[in-house]
Design a protein around this ligand. Structure first.
Ligand SMILES: [Mn+2]
Length: 306
């Protein structure tokens, strides 16, 4: 269980009951980032903090204070012990995730590698594994096999997800890409991994892109989705506070609209938002605001399916 929290996300309660619909938790871990100077380990606490300054309704007019959500705090991380952290994260999920009647899991990172143990643990437990899929929003494909001699790094999170027993090229899709390295491209082609480049997403064809995402999973009989949002999928003009800011990203509204479509078509069993580095943000904390808003808006789409 997480450490005692001074401040929870949108002041949600810190305990669980039988009806809890969303379980929020943080993973303050950024030591597998390939960059110096990032501080996404501060993401969970800073995203909670900023919710004090945000209004209590969603854009569709839902009362956020009425959400049945709990914020259990952060998983305790030892930056020098990768193996221990991976085990700890999996244990945390496995204690809380009930495949028969589970609250939706909402993870706040941390660097993108935090997604790997979360998906691994949920995927191990989920019933009807053949219906499970993962949708990743990211400027990058994170498809290196090895990075500076290491096999654990945020530069390879999608590659590691692909390596899981229950993940293949029919249930993993990456959206918003625009910074793919040569070896990654070879890897994608060799393994026939599908991805949608950021330039393919524009306001004129947003519905087409949404249709493409839905069709990818539906035609492969996928009905349960885990969604991972790397904040760098957004254009750096709206989300500059991240390590690998790449131009040409999605607008906030495009991502919001795509997220809005997902629960209408799939059972979204969990999601995460990672790679917000508060120390790199602008003084008005726009990246942190974008991250916190995306989380709560996506929760409302899932709860209300509007
Ligand atoms: Mn990325």
């Amino acid at each position: 269980m997480g450490a005692t929290l001074v401040k929870t996300f949108f002041d949600f309660k810190d305990s669980i009951d039988d009806d809890t619909e969303f379980l929020i938790f943080g993973i303050p871990w950024d030591s597998l980032s390939s960059l110096k100077g990032v501080d996404s380990a501060n993401g969970p606490s800073k995203l909670r903090e900023i919710t004090d300054d945000l209004a209590r309704t969603t854009e569709d007019g839902f009362d956020i204070t009425s959400f049945n959500a709990s914020d259990l705090g952060d998983i305790e991380i030892d930056p020098s012990n990768t193996e221990r952290n991976l085990i700890k994260i999996e244990e945390f999920i496995k204690k809380l995730y009930n495949p028969h009647k589970s609250p939706k899991m909402v993870m706040i990172g941390g660097d993108h590698y935090c997604t790997y143990p979360v998906v691994k643990a949920i995927g191990d437990l989920v019933l009807e594994k053949e219906k499970f899929g993962v949708l990743v929003f990211d400027a990058h494909v994170d498809f290196y096999e090895i990075w500076e001699g290491k096999t654990h790094s945020h530069t390879m999170v999608s590659y590691r997800l692909f390596g899981l027993d229950f993940i293949n090229n029919k249930n993993l899709l990456i959206v918003g890409t625009r910074d793919i390295d040569n070896v990654e491209l070879e890897n994608l082609q060799e393994n026939k991994i599908e991805y949608i480049n950021a330039y393919e997403v524009n306001d004129n064809n947003l519905q087409e892109v949404e249709g493409k995402i839905v069709k990818f999973f539906k035609s492969n009989e996928i009905s349960k989705l885990y969604v991972s949002i790397d904040i760098d999928v957004l254009d750096p003009s709206i989300a500059p506070g991240t390590g690998y800011a790449i131009p040409g990203g999605l607008t906030y509204r495009q991502l919001w609209n795509i997220l809005r479509e997902l629960p209408k078509n799939f059972d979204v069993i969990g999601f995460d938002l990672v790679e917000v580095s508060p120390g790199l943000d602008l003084p008005n904390r726009i990246t942190q605001v974008s991250g916190a808003k995306l989380i709560v808006e996506f929760m409302s789409f899932i709860a209300n399916k509007i």
